[in-house]
Structures are given as C-alpha cells and as structure tokens.
Design a protein around this ligand. Structure first.
Ligand code: PHB
Length: 388
C-alpha cells in the first residue's frame, strides 16, 4: 500500500517535470554517417568523419539547439550492399539526416533512398555526376565536387601546355569514367587527343600489364583517377616501371591527397588539380588545420575539409528552420543563397546543389600538395538533366 502510494507520487512528480524538460531541450538530431571504414577508401571515410565531428564540436556539440547523436554504418565501398546499408539508417535508426559517402556507386544508392524517403542527404565526397544531374532533389546536397570537375580542370591545364596526345587510366566505375570524360572534354576542346582509355575493375591494383601498354603507346601525358590505397600503389608502380622519367603523370588531386606519406619519393613533382591544397595560407584554412591537427594528431586532407563543410552546410540549413528538418524547402532555400566559408575558400551551391568552386593546380613538393596556381576559376558542374 505504502509502496503503491510512493510510486503514484513519483509518477505525478515526473508528469509535472516532463513538459518542463521537453521545453528546455529539443530532441537530439540523429545523424547517420554512412562511410567506408574498411577497404581501399577507409582512410577517406575516417577523415570525413573527423572533419564533420570537428565542426560539430566547435559548436559545442549542438546545431540549432539540438544535440547531435551519431549512428554509423561501414558501407565498405560496396554498391551491392548499399541499399540495405542505407535502410539501416533510414528505417531502423530513423535518422534525421544522412551523411555519405565516398564511393560514387554507393552514393547513388543513397541518393535514390534519400529521394524516395525524403530524408535529408549531404554527400561529403562521392562525385557521381548523376547525383547533381538527373537525381537532383530539394533534399540532396553535396559538399565536395562532381567527378568531371577536377578532370575538366586538368584537361585545360594539359591543353594549355600544348600537349597533343594522352592516355587515361582509371578504375571502371562512375568516378573513373566521369573523371576521364571531364579531362577528355577540356583536353580535346583545347586541341589535344585522348588516344587510349585504359581501365581495370574497382578496387583492383594489378597495374603491370596496363603500364606496359602505356610504355608502348608513348603518349605526351597520362591522366589518371585513383584514390586511397589504390592511388598509393599506382603512383609507386608508375615510378617503379620507369615511366615517371619519360611520360608526365597528371591526376585528379585525389591521386596525392592523404597519400603522400605512403607514396614517398614516387609522388615527388606530380601535378594534380583539386579544390583544396596545402599552403593556401588563408586565416580560415590555417585555423582549421591547426584545430584538426591538435584534435586528431593528423594533417587534414581534402576529405577532412569536405566532412567539415558537410557539417557547416547542415548548420546553415538547420539554423534557417530552427532545427526542424521537415521544412525542406526553407532548408534548401537557405543553402541556395549561402556563401559557405570553407577552408578551401568560399563557395556557393549551383542550382543542382553542387559546389561552384575554384580548382587549384598543385605540385607535390616533399610531403605537400603545394598550390601553384588556379587551374579553373568558379567551376560549376553542368547539372545535365537536373530538374527541380
Ligand atoms: C567516387 O567514387 O566518387 C570517389 C572516390 C574517391 C575519391 C573521389 C571520388 O577520392
């Protein structure tokens, strides 16, 4: 009897306290990180998460008054598992926002699931042109690039140097194909010719037979897209095959980003194009780099920047809707007119929600991708097929 009375009193007290507690703290914002934590892109996934968390921590762990709660899935850069993986976050964990991923094929499956379910998605790397092309949507954004962008910038550089023939080599999937198409479009517009397009399946790294073919073709330049573990091995194999001395190797900047410690001398002198680089020497970048190095005991790379900016973009959208993610049109409108204060330099979003940004020409000097010029200014992706 006594016990019952005490329980009833306790319940009454809780009932009184509950509305007060609710009014004081908004529910946590559930953020679903779908990234590769294993495989050839594992380091890229970790850098994106680090960058994302750094920005959130700098805001005291909250955006628009809502504390952040993380849910994580390792997507293994495996497209066949992508739909099941993203549904763990959407249907099981009921996340408010999806952040992911690195691999274009997996990112496309995420974009489809986001479009179908209406879940907010910010892509912090995967450059598949389709995501900001035919798949574009009010609730889908990208903090990184579209695959054709760095390739296009490098095609312009190669053409300006009056190089005439190029061979391309990459993994056979959206990122490699579209990177090569971007290069080819600009290089051929400038008077060059791509004489051979070599590919191997993702994430294979048996380059030997293809390097022998390059030696026989003797082009003026080789253009490549590789990233992560595959980029480390390709750069080493290219030098070991003796090709570095005779045929310049140009790449989308992923070839040498976050990889220089492992590549050693083999990367020295390589030219690449990317929307980030070392020694930008701006106040914004210097502060970011110091904070990142202090927190993670690592130097940041382009992936860390893209993760950081995904969090900044989320903050801009959320602040505009006071934390209410269901207001999709207002969330999008805020980002569409935003100038995003990135460590890479300020950027805006195109009507398809992809960054409009400068592409730097970089050269590897020691352990740095030293910025030596701007290859393409305020480059926008063509957003072909995007109707919103
Ligand atoms: C991609 O699959 O879109 C991709 C992967 C790694 C990169 C860049 C693009 O570094």
């Amino acid at each position: 009897m006594k016990l019952l009375r005490r329980t009833a009193l306790a319940l009454a007290a809780t009932a009184l306290a509950a509305p007060l507690a609710l009014a004081q703290s908004a529910p946590k914002l559930k953020v679903g990180l779908m990234l590769p934590y294993t495989g050839t892109y594992a380091a890229l996934g970790n850098a994106i998460e680090n960058g994302f968390r750094l920005y959130i921590d700098q805001q005291g762990g909250k955006l628009a008054g809502r504390e952040i709660e993380y849910f994580k899935v390792d997507d293994e850069s495996a497209p066949p598992k992508a739909t099941d993986n993203v549904n763990k976050l959407i249907k099981r964990d009921h996340v408010d926002v999806l952040i992911g991923t690195v691999h274009s094929g997996v990112a496309m499956a995420m974009a489809k699931a986001a479009k179908d379910s209406g879940t907010l998605l910010i892509v912090p790397n995967g450059g598949a042109d389709a995501i900001t092309g035919p798949m574009c949507a009010t609730n889908i954004f990208r903090s990184s690039f579209s695959n054709s962008q760095p390739g296009y910038a490098m095609g312009e550089v190669a053409a300006k140097k009056k190089l005439k023939t190029a061979v391309t080599i990459t993994w056979k999937y959206a990122a490699g194909d579209e990177s090569v198409q971007g290069f080819k479009e600009a290089f051929e517009k400038g008077g060059g010719k791509v004489v051979k397009e070599l590919t191997l399946p993702f994430p294979n790294v048996e380059f030997q037979a293809l390097l022998t073919e390059i030696a026989a073709l003797k082009p003026d330049v080789v253009y490549t897209f590789f990233a992560g573990g595959g980029a480390v091995k390709f750069v080493k194999d290219y030098a070991a095959a003796g090709l570095k001395k005779s045929i310049p190797l140009y790449g989308a900047g992923f070839l040498t980003d976050g990889t220089l410690d492992a590549q050693g001398d083999a990367a020295d002198g390589l030219l690449t194009t990317l929307h980030y680089g070392d020694e930008l020497n701006t106040k914004r970048d210097t502060e970011f780099r110091l904070a990142y190095a202090k927190t993670f005991k690592l130097q940041p790379d382009v992936y860390a920047v893209q993760g950081y900016d995904a969090a900044q973009m989320l903050a801009i959208g959320l602040n505009a809707v006071k934390g209410d993610v269901s207001q999709k049109a207002a969330f999008a409108a805020a980002l569409e007119k935003a100038k995003i204060d990135s460590p890479r330099g300020t950027f805006t979003l195109s009507r398809s929600h992809n960054p409009v940004q400068d592409f730097y020409l970089r050269q590897v000097v020691g352990k740095e991708n030293k910025v030596i010029g701007i290859a393409s200014k305020a480059l926008a992706d063509p957003a072909r097929g995007c109707r919103m």
